[in-house]
Design a binder for this molecule. Structure first.
Ligand SMILES: Cc1cc2nc3c(=O)[nH]c(=O)nc-3n(C[C@H](O)[C@H](O)[C@H](O)COP(=O)(O)O)c2cc1C
Length: 186
């Protein structure tokens, strides 16, 4: 088993998405002690933005690393209503025509073989279905589109939200998200 763990929060030790993604990775590694494990910190080692050369080259190290993983854990904060630009840049390197998707007569087809993707999302406000701000959420919704487009049809999401609403709501949201982590299949 090969686990790839990606983080993209700028908030270091105070980061909720890092805390949750680490808990998910720990849970998987405890269940699979022999698993290969790689941590990619998109803040420590920023991913370059796409260039035409990168697009024309097709294959790249980030894509190879992604394809080699059986399970991918992604820590994804909500910044300005979407994912951090560092994480968007990572997706840009992974969504590659002919490698992770292709166009067929009936439209685009995802090419990513069976892969488990677990995303830990951290949000300051509340965007749950039915909340007035639900339409402002473009992190979880974007990642569902991007992952589905390349063939990851059943991504798993652990969400902590309302983290900026005060100490108590934050603690309650993190406790609920930790329970979601413990309920994940290991
Ligand atoms: C630069 C920045 C932008 C943010 N933008 C939003 C936002 O648009 N909506 C929101 O609900 N919270 C926003 N927040 C709050 C974060 O979603 C919250 O701090 C969350 O914990 C981020 O995940 P992290 O702790 O892993 O960094 C923002 C925080 C930062 C630092």
């Amino acid at each position: 088993m090969n686990i790839l763990h990606i983080d993209s929060s700028i908030q270091g030790d105070a980061s909720a998405s890092r805390q949750l993604s680490a808990a998910i990775a720990d849970r998987l590694r405890r269940a699979h002690p022999d698993a290969d494990y790689r941590h990619r910190d998109l803040i420590e080692a920023p991913t370059p933005h796409l260039t035409l050369d990168t697009v024309m080259a097709g294959d790249n190290d980030l894509l190879a690393e992604f394809l080699a993983a059986d399970t991918v854990v992604i820590g994804a904060p909500l910044y300005n209503f979407t994912i951090p630009s560092q994480l968007k840049a990572w997706f840009d390197h992974v969504i590659v025509a002919g490698r992770t998707f292709q166009y067929g007569v009936e439209g685009p087809v995802g090419l990513v073989p069976d892969k488990r993707v677990i995303v830990a999302v951290a949000r300051g406000g509340v965007y749950a279905e039915g909340s007035p701000y639900a339409p402002y959420e473009h992190a979880e919704t974007l990642m569902r589109v991007l992952l589905g487009f390349i063939g990851v049809t059943r991504p798993e999401f652990v969400v902590a939200e309302g983290l900026k609403l005060g100490d108590e709501p934050r603690a309650a949201a993190l406790a609920a998200a930790s329970a979601q982590v413990e309920a994940l299949a290991a």
